[in-house]
Design a protein around this ligand. Structure first.
Ligand code: SAM
Length: 180
């Protein structure tokens, strides 16, 4: 958030809303949370009832189309691994206003441990049903091809060995939104 300070935020796969406590309501006046799990959304509603401009929507991001007023920042953390990069990525992009930002967190392949089978798709390595690692290089190339510009990236490793990549992209001033 320090990177962007947006007036509106969309959180894809919001789960229980961890991290929403860092939102500065003086700056961010609209917070749109989306998740497939209605119980998670109820938890967020209870935990953050005080948060101004909170909107929660139950949606399957891999199947349904997001038709909401776009926001300045879409935060997509550990969602593409679950919801894929087809409809879900289109939904993420369509929710960003032109010139807005997209922040993505992806889980990195384990450094050690059993080898992971490679799928026929270059972006995906399957681990288990409903979970597939997404290649940050693939995402970068895909988004740059659509005029998005990477403005920040970092990698973090947890003591247990799991690693994460985070990238923040700036959307083009006029990017094609999924309106078909
Ligand atoms: C691994 S959690 C990530 C939670 C949070 N974004 C974070 O980084 O801590 C994945 C979240 O995505 C939601 N999710 C999974 N598949 C989804 C889908 N197809 N549409 C919408 N939400 C989905 C899950 O319910 C869960 O809350």
């Amino acid at each position: 958030m320090e990177q962007c300070r947006p007036s509106s935020v969309g959180v894809l796969g919001i789960a229980g809303g961890n991290g929403l406590n860092h939102i500065d309501s003086r700056t961010t006046t609209r917070v749109v949370g989306l998740d497939i799990n209605p119980q998670y959304l109820e938890t967020v509603r209870e935990r953050y009832s005080h948060l101004h401009g909170l909107e929660l929507h139950c949606i399957d991001l891999s199947e349904q189309r997001v038709e909401l007023e776009p926001v300045k920042l879409v935060h997509a953390a550990l969602i593409f691994e679950h919801a894929g990069t087809d409809r879900c990525l289109e939904n993420a992009l369509s929710l960003i206003i032109p010139g807005g930002s997209l922040s993505v967190v992806l889980q990195l392949p384990a450094q050690k441990g059993p080898a992971i089978g490679t799928s026929q798709f270059p972006s995906i390595q399957s681990l288990e049903p409903h979970f597939a690692l997404i290649s940050s290089a693939w995402l970068l190339e895909s988004l740059e091809g659509r005029g998005f510009r990477l403005t920040y990236q970092t990698k973090r490793t947890l003591p247990a060995g799991k690693g994460f990549w985070m990238g923040i992209f700036c959307a083009p001033k006029a990017h094609q939104r999924n309106l078909e």
